[in-house]
Design a protein around this ligand. Structure first.
Ligand code: 8X3
Length: 254
């Protein structure tokens, strides 16, 4: 029986699902949170069939009332020690001059306010646990910028600032704040969502790149950071595939 809960948002696919698997393996009860519960049900079944502990929670992180209700519903579970604020995503690659403000708003909602909502709602439990960890899944887009990145880069910079500020504000409390900033990760949905279902454009992002990171690579890093001794805070960890030296310099085999 797990004695600690890890909440993972955006657990229905990609990095979130892979992270939930790794944290379940590490002995956590994983509270799987996302909008698409059919996917969460399948993941929870896979985990429980393997003898792990998981629960399913329908959640839109941009809906503050829903987030508060979710936080209030966790009382039956083992104490919440870990929050992986992973839900996020990109919409479009339009230049600043012509981007749709509605896309920017949507990206700010999920990548910034979504992280804020779940963090605020779960901080009392994380603090009460006596040994809490917040993991903010940012991006290299939170640290650098690139043409066409506009709204996503702005939003991920916001997520980065939440992690940096929260770490300062929680100093002296038993909660550490870890930021994981992945570069090029090939998942089933990230680029497809960014390019609004255009599979060809989505695939072109990874064209010729020998080995983009996988969701499992990132999950492995999250699990490593979270399972360091409590006094060790991995402030910020940037990970990229070897083929990506920067957001602009990607080695592609022709
Ligand atoms: C994804 C990395 O380079 O597409 O968070 O912005 S990038």
């Amino acid at each position: 029986m797990s004695s600690r809960t890890a909440v993972v948002t955006g657990a229905s696919s990609g990095i979130g699902a892979a992270t939930a698997r790794r944290l379940a393996e590490a002995g956590f009860h994983v509270a799987l949170a996302a909008r698409r519960t059919d996917r969460l049900d399948a993941l929870a079944k896979e985990l429980t069939d393997a003898g792990r502990s998981a629960s399913v929670h329908a959640l839109d992180v941009t809906d503050r009332a829903a987030v508060d209700a979710f936080a209030g519903s966790l009382g039956e579970l083992p104490p919440v020690h870990v929050l992986v604020a992973n839900a996020g995503g990109a919409l479009g690659t339009d230049p600043v001059a012509t981007a749709d403000p509605a896309d920017w708003r949507a990206m700010y909602e999920v990548n910034v306010l979504g992280v804020l909502n779940v963090t605020q709602a779960l901080l009392p439990a994380l603090t009460a646990s006596g040994d809490g960890t917040v993991v903010v899944m940012s991006s290299t887009a939170g640290l650098n910028t690139y043409e066409g990145g506009g709204g996503y880069v702005a939003a991920k910079h916001g997520a980065h600032v939440i992690a940096e500020t929260l770490r300062l504000e929680l100093n002296g409390q038993p909660v550490r704040v870890i930021e994981i900033a992945p570069g090029m990760v090939k998942t089933e949905e990230f680029s497809l969502t960014r390019f609004r279902g255009d599979a060809e454009r989505a695939e072109a992002v990874y064209a010729g790149v020998a080995e983009p990171l996988t969701a499992e690579d990132v999950a492995d890093t999250v699990a490593w950071a979270v399972t360091r001794p409590s006094h060790v805070n991995v402030d910020l960890l940037v990970l990229r595939p070897r083929a990506q030296a920067s957001n602009y310099k990607v080695h592609r085999e022709r």
